[in-house]
Design a protein. Structure first.
Length: 315
């Protein structure tokens, strides 16, 4: 019994998630918005996956990377939004400590995996535009499969230690979290001990995973644009710029709120808490909804196949 008592004093059995503190009056509106965006994300990514898996003609590197992105998007949104809705609708605000750690792990793993895939897609565009003759030899099906495995392995290795970093902390009965989902620093802040290891680990992993990715994606787009402006035909230039700009928008929507959320946890103590929580929800909601739309619009064959599936099911 002594051990059991000691165990309960270390970890809360469950956590109470309060949602958007300070915006309680907006919970009904927010829940409607979350619900709509989530349904669109589920539909968009499910249709995209279905079309890419069933159509042999779409088994090309770009589409296979898109399929991986769709899986990451489904995990990212599905691990957070249903719980957020249950908080908004006052169905259940409680979550066991183990479930909270699992949610935190899934959110961060899918985020790092998605970041890795976006980097691979930028590299794919770079090779296609800057070295088209080498494209077929560079992006073979086995290379794409290895990229997928590397993205999974990387995100797993980066995030697995956070479970132990949170597990070792004492929580002294603190169990109320003003948030819609569990994230690493959000849980760590509940601890009644020094969390500098968590802060530094989070800092290092953010700089090394999404941070490095953003820089490399930026470099690849600069090189792409440089090559594009050397093209003689104006139409070809416009087409390439159009493709890059749509990808750049998706990347901007994905990284900006995530990095804002990350830095406000550490430095932005003057930023209102509800702003922080709202922004933290943007990167688990918007990219999963936008990715299938933006990438399908820019890929002619994919666009035709998707509209055929939607048209057929709608008829």
């Amino acid at each position: 019994t002594m051990a059991a008592a000691n165990e309960t004093s270390l970890h809360p059995t469950s956590l109470l998630l309060l949602g958007m503190v300070g915006l309680e009056d907006l919970h009904p509106c927010l829940s409607a918005l979350f619900c709509l965006v989530y349904i669109m994300a589920l539909l968009g990514n499910a249709v995209l996956l279905f079309v890419i898996v069933t159509e042999r003609s779409l088994h090309e590197p770009v589409c296979l990377l898109l399929a991986m992105l769709a899986v990451a998007d489904l995990v990212l949104s599905s691990s957070t939004v249903p719980k957020a809705l249950s908080i908004f609708w006052s169905l259940s605000k409680e979550m066991s400590f183990h479930a909270c750690l699992t949610q935190m792990f899934l959110v961060h793993v899918s985020f790092v995996a998605e970041s890795s895939i976006l980097l691979a897609m930028a590299f794919d565009r770079y090779v296609a535009i800057c070295a088209p003759l080498r494209y077929a030899a560079t992006f073979t099906p086995s290379v794409v499969a290895k990229i997928g495995l590397a993205a999974m392995a990387r995100s797993f290795c980066v995030m697995f230690p956070t479970i132990f970093l949170l597990w070792r902390l004492p929580y002294c009965g603190h169990h109320v979290m003003p948030h819609t989902y569990c994230e690493h620093m959000g849980i760590a802040r509940l601890a009644c001990a020094d969390i500098s290891v968590n802060v530094w680990y989070g800092f290092a992993t953010t700089l090394l995973s999404p941070g490095v990715d953003v820089v490399l994606i930026g470099v690849s787009y600069v090189l792409i644009l440089r090559a594009v402006f050397r093209l003689p035909a104006k139409e070809a230039r416009l087409k390439a710029v159009g493709t890059c700009s749509s990808h750049a928008c998706v990347i901007f929507v994905f990284y900006t709120p995530a990095l804002f959320s990350f830095f406000t946890h550490r430095f932005g103590h003057g930023i209102p808490h509800h702003v922080h929580i709202l922004v933290a929800n943007v990167y688990v909601l918007l990219p999963p909804m936008l990715n299938p739309i933006v990438y399908t619009m820019k890929h002619k064959l994919l666009r035709e196949k998707v509209s055929r599936v939607l048209f057929r099911t709608g008829r």
